[in-house]
Design a binder for this molecule. Structure first.
Ligand SMILES: [Ca+2]
Length: 188
């Protein structure tokens, strides 16, 4: 399983590619997911800031901050084939781990899962990256309807993107209505 940290310039290029050439076949589903932070650990900021599209140096970009460690959970209503998770970090002193699942649920305190569900991928990042996008490449065929981001040290987190493969038929299905609603103002 690969992991790599890339600079801001490379990240911009990567995102541009995703929204142009690859845009028809992949989509960031994080904004459509229900997100929450484990209650056992102390944090500052709002989980919603991880999916507001704002990252430094954009004015208004604010970090969600784990004081020492913590778990974030993202859940959505349909099993999707994921390709990547991208995490924009500010100052950080932590390893990170992405765990994808089909079914199950992280308990509110973040200590365990009940029910457990089936873990479909685990990707660790030990790059010690800071002020960068960390890209977690998921194994081909990774299916998930929820995932966790485990942080084991103090870290400022600005944005999290969950990239899913989107077939044309799936785009037109009912379950994508909420995703498409994000672009409604443009469509009309
Ligand atoms: Ca943000």
């Amino acid at each position: 399983m690969r992991r790599k940290a890339i600079g801001a310039v490379a990240a911009v290029a990567l995102l541009a590619a995703a929204f142009s050439g690859l845009g028809a076949l992949s989509r960031n589903v994080a904004m459509d997911a229900v997100s929450r932070a484990s209650t056992w650990n102390e944090h500052q900021g709002e989980v919603a800031w991880l999916t507001d599209g704002l990252v430094p140096p954009v004015a208004g970009a604010a970090p969600f901050v784990w004081s020492s460690k913590g778990m974030l959970a993202f859940e959505w209503d349909k099993v999707l084939a994921l390709t990547q998770v991208r995490l924009c970090v500010g100052e950080a002193d932590s390893d990170f781990e992405i765990r994808t699942y089909v079914g199950g649920r992280l308990t509110d305190d973040g200590a365990t899962r009940d029910p457990v569900g089936e873990r479909t991928a685990t990707v660790l990042d030990q790059s010690a990256a800071a002020n960068a996008w960390i890209v977690f490449d998921l194994p081909a065929g990774t299916l998930a309807d929820n995932l966790e981001l485990k942080t084991v040290g103090r870290a400022e987190l600005y944005e999290l993107e969950i990239i899913a493969q989107v077939e044309d038929t799936a785009v037109e299905s009912q379950s994508w209505a909420r995703v498409k609603a994000n672009a409604r103002a443009v469509d009309r």
